[in-house]
Design a binder for this molecule. Structure first.
Ligand SMILES: [Zn+2]
Ligand SMILES: [Zn+2]
Length: 244
């Protein structure tokens, strides 16, 4: 029964996508040119230099490691952002995909990430021997949105980096939009927002958390706390775009 319901949902989504393409033809989110979600000149203007900054204070650092002042902090070991969220085309692509379900936008992000990996080969060594864990959405948010963008990104990166995805976390607290939160507060590290899914055995010591946008670090650090409590030694973060 559940399988046939899932099948129906998929068909409904495909029909809805096709209808949306007819009703709202694609226009470049960078310059408005018709026919594509990102025209060649706009896509070519995106910088492939990753955003690597201290996960705690936002100071620029090698491979996104904590800076000297924050070195004693417990949380993610380093966070790498493929793109700068302040680049308008990147922000527009993510918003169109995440909030309006535009699949063309998600596909373009996947294509840009493929180019990004070619520009940043060190990421392969940085991520070696890890499993990728997408940041989960709360069940309520998943119902509202219909898909988890972090899960889609994890699948893209898994293919590009030849790693596997383990959907091991669940979000047990429904939180408001991250943009409204202040920078991560170390004092609040004990807040339980995530939990391990029942029956999950990771069997690895290195996990890379995957998310679409990194704003304050709260989400990744809370998820890292849950993974540490479950016995994972090293937790990293890989996000599509960093705002800080
Ligand atoms: Zn354009
Ligand atoms: Zn710092």
């Amino acid at each position: 029964m559940k399988k046939s319901l899932d099948g129906l949902k998929k068909i409904y989504r495909r029909v809805a996508d096709a209808a949306a393409d007819i009703l709202f033809p694609l226009t470049c989110l960078g310059c408005g040119k018709e026919g594509v979600i990102a025209c060649m000149p706009c896509a070519a203007s995106v910088s492939f230099a990753p955003v690597c900054a201290c996960p705690w204070c936002g100071k620029v650092s090698k491979e996104g490691r904590p800076c000297g002042l924050c070195a004693d902090a417990v949380g993610v070991k380093s966070v790498v952002g493929s793109f700068d969220y302040h680049v308008p085309l990147i922000a527009q692509l993510i918003k169109a995909w995440k909030y309006h379900g535009m699949t063309a936008s998600g596909t373009e992000i996947g294509r840009l990430l493929g180019e990004w990996i070619d520009h940043e080969p060190w990421v392969r060594a940085w991520s070696a021997n890890a499993v990728l864990a997408p940041i989960p959405l709360h069940r309520r948010r998943l119902c509202e949105r219909g898909f988890n963008q972090a899960e889609c990104l994890a699948r893209v990166w898994a293919r590009l980096l030849n790693l596997s995805v383990v959907d091991c976390l669940k979000r047990i607290v429904y939180t408001e939009a991250q943009a409204q939160q202040a920078r991560f507060d170390r004092q609040k590290l004990s807040t339980h927002v995530f939990a391990m899914k029942r029956g999950i055995v990771l069997g690895v010591q290195k996990v890379i958390l995957i998310d679409d946008v990194y704003t304050t670090g709260t989400t990744l650090n809370l998820a890292a706390q849950t993974l540490h409590a479950a016995g994972v030694a090293e937790v990293y973060g890989l996000v599509c775009a960093r705002e800080t």
